[in-house]
Design a protein around this ligand. Structure first.
Ligand code: PHE
Ligand code: NA
Length: 506
């Protein structure tokens, strides 16, 4: 009955895959700006506290559920308690949304790796990205558009073919092997990039701007929310990924020890990225004769507008470009693989499918949706809206509901604690229960509140997009995920599925 399930060959395969998932675009293009905006050097305090009181404790929760109940997200939650299956499907559907737009960012990065050689953005990287390259509709002009951008159609197809091949190869030969090659390669490439950036004139001005502590920021509750938000996003906790990966681990695995390695590796990479990105921004500011604060950006603006500017201005810019966009591709690919695995394992479990069948059944429609919707002139607006709402309501909402359910309704924390301690080298106790049962729900609930308030009180719809667009792809999508999750949890399982609770550790 479990013959179809994959397995990691050992702990290091799992750790590489988990680091591959965690280290993503969030480390490279989100952390540096979040740290800068929220107290600079002083941000390290709430950041580390968030890591220790929420990130790592929730990572342990994911590991314990997946490993104790040995299944995809819906199966593991169902084995825990019949009605909680919908939480698993909610997590799966969040991954569906993320997967279809994450592929677009990887595709753009592939294009920009090539563009780094001739720097075809000239002296107008912003205009090039918005008008020439993506031909993006913006603000009120956004509408359903199937005007395709040829160069992006090609690269997004490449991304999906690579994903399909990796997933068809399975958990060990596909996922683990990819991460065991890509993650060391990413670290080497990124280290070269950071060293190169450190030698650019102005680098230390940038580092100064990033690390100068603004201690008064610690009194601002929004800074703490930002720290927890960064940690939740960056560790990819509570939406099924780590749960799925840990279900492929052997019974006698040290879960907590592995979790600590993954948590600290992810944060280490984040800080490294902060150093690299702010060295480069310091150079850019100095070259333009402005303050660093004026050139700080994150996300798409940092990657596709600021970095091209830096690449054009720096000696040996092509190398910087290939290293930077190559890093985005590697970090993004090992993350999308983990996102897609959540979906494949759930579909395999529910419908009793073999690996290759499950892969095709999931990836073919997913790739088609992604390829039809995103390499178009509405792609950027769609990505922007889905990303904003899936982060605000999907990820945070699912994490909030699952911590409340586990703590107060299922009262599962003691069982999870025992499971973690059974083989774990790091023992968890009441402190961990307080983090999972009290600190996490309070922070997540507060975050949900502020996100809702911000969206409802904003003047006009999100980012000036037309109302119907935001209602459909923002709110509509967020609610549809919940409804669909409930529907899927009521659908029958394959007759081959074993839905029993499974024995405990004894
Ligand atoms: N945790 C990843 C990062 O920091 C992002 C990610 C999001 C990965 C969703 C998987 C799924 O970039
Ligand atoms: Na991360």
């Amino acid at each position: 009955k479990s013959a179809n399930r994959g397995a990691f060959s050992g702990r290091s395969a799992f750790i590489f895959a988990a680091i591959g998932s965690a280290v993503g675009l969030g480390n490279i293009w989100r952390f540096p700006a979040v740290a800068y905006d929220n107290g600079g050097g002083a941000f390290m305090v709430p950041y580390l506290i968030a890591l220790l009181t929420a990130g790592i404790p929730l990572l342990f929760v994911d590991y314990a559920i997946g490993h104790r109940w040995r299944g995809s997200a819906p199966l593991a939650w169902r084995r825990l308690k019949r009605w909680s299956e919908f939480i698993g499907w909610w997590q799966v559907l969040i991954c569906v949304i993320i997967a279809i737009y994450y592929a677009l960012i990887i595709a753009w990065s592939l294009n920009y790796m090539v563009f780094s050689f001739d720097q075809r953005w000239g002296d107008d990287p912003a205009g090039f990205f918005m008008s020439t390259f993506t031909q993006s509709l913006t603000g009120p002009d956004v509408h359903m558009s199937f005007d395709y951008v040829g160069a992006i159609v090609l690269t997004i197809i490449i991304v999906w073919v690579a994903t399909l091949v990796t997933m068809a190869l399975g958990v060990e030969n596909g996922i683990a092997k990819t991460s065991m090659i890509f993650i060391p390669l990413l670290v080497v490439m990124f280290l070269i990039l950071v060293v190169r950036a450190l030698f650019l004139p102005g680098a230390f001005v940038g580092l100064d701007a990033l690390f100068t502590p603004n201690w008064s920021a610690l009194l601002d509750p929004m800074v703490w929310i930002a720290a927890y938000g960064q940690i939740f996003f960056s560790l990819s906790v509570a939406f099924g990924i780590m749960l799925t990966y840990s279900s492929y681990l052997k019974k006698n695995t040290d879960l907590t020890g592995s979790g600590l390695v993954v948590g600290f590796a992810n944060s280490g990479f984040e800080i490294l990225a902060g150093i690299g990105v702010f060295s480069a921004l310091g150079f850019m500011a100095q070259a333009q004769g402005v303050q660093v604060g004026e050139v700080v950006s994150s996300g798409i603006g940092l990657a596709f507008i600021a970095f091209p500017t830096i690449i054009s201005a720096a000696p040996g810019g092509a190398l910087i470009g290939v290293l930077f966009f190559g890093s985005l591709v590697l970090a993004g690919f090992t993350s999308i693989v983990s996102i897609v695995e959540v979906i494949i394992s759930a579909v395999q479990d529910k419908f009793g499918l073999k690996r290759v069948t499950g892969t095709l059944v999931v990836i073919v429609p997913l790739a088609l949706i992604s390829i039809i919707l995103f390499p178009t002139t509405m792609g950027l607006a769609l990505l922007d809206t889905l990303d904003n709402f899936v982060n605000s309501y999907g990820i945070v909402g699912a994490a909030f509901v699952s911590t409340i359910a586990l703590t107060f309704i299922l009262r599962a924390l003691p069982a999870l604690r025992d499971h973690l301690n059974f083989r774990g080298s790091f023992k968890v106790g009441i402190g961990w229960q307080i983090c999972v049962g009290i600190i996490a729900p309070v922070v997540l609930g507060t975050t949900l509140f502020f996100a809702t308030q911000a969206l409802l009180t904003a003047e006009g719809p999100y980012s000036d997009y037309p109302n119907w667009f935001v209602n459909l792809f923002g709110w509509g999508m967020a609610f549809a995920l919940i409804v669909l999750a409930v529907v899927l949890s009521l659908a029958p399982w394959s007759r081959n599925s074993n839905l029993d609770q499974l024995d405990s550790d004894g």
